[in-house]
Ligand binder design. Sequence first.
Ligand code: G4P
Ligand code: NA
Ligand code: NA
Length: 194
Amino acid sequence: MQSLENKILLEGQVLSDEILKVDSFLNHQVDPFLMREIGEEFARRFKDEAITKVLTIESSGIAPATMAALQLGVPLVFARKKKSLTMADQYYKAEVFSFTKRETTLIAVGKPFLNADDHVLIIDDFLANGQAAEGLIDVVQQAGAHVVGIGIVIEKAFQDGGTRLRQSGFRVESLARIASLQDGAISFVKKEKV
Ligand code: G4P
Ligand code: NA
Ligand code: NA
């Protein structure tokens, strides 16, 4: 998605060979016009799927996922991050290990918000090692629901989450795919011509 790549080049800050900071439009301040375009693009890519729900994880997934849900005309559900769970039997839950943060987080979705007949589009802001996406897939499967696909705003293609998810048979649509952040330079994966 060209406007997203332009925004990343203009405002993204390379913090290290592995971390891209995009606090000015995605992770702290949010650009609502860009988020609207992102929602339209996800809806366009998944238009042939009978999606009934969009699922993301708090907090930075919520803005793009809400815009996708708006375009698709379905509810957005966001998994909550919890320190501990009281009334644990009322939630679908999964443990998500973050390689970036070196910590495990418990994510939880209340059982009324995912059902066996749901066709779920999972959306997240970043895809790195895929642990968050795998936790969300786990939650959907606990509900007996179907994962239609995974929509990612920024995929770091040099980490293995995207490869693992695609090899597992999931459709992953990333709006920007970063090939490298080495030496402070942002480069994107070259587009395949269809
Ligand atoms: P993974 O799920 O793909 O394995 O990713 P990882 O554990 O490494 O990511 C942990 C957190 O860091 C996630 O946010 C993820 O979105 C974010 N993240 C990963 N790589 C980058 C990056 O290069 N730049 C930025 N800005 N964020 C990155 P989170 O802890 O869920 O926090 P929140 O922002 O959603 O609240
Ligand atoms: Na996230
Ligand atoms: Na994040």
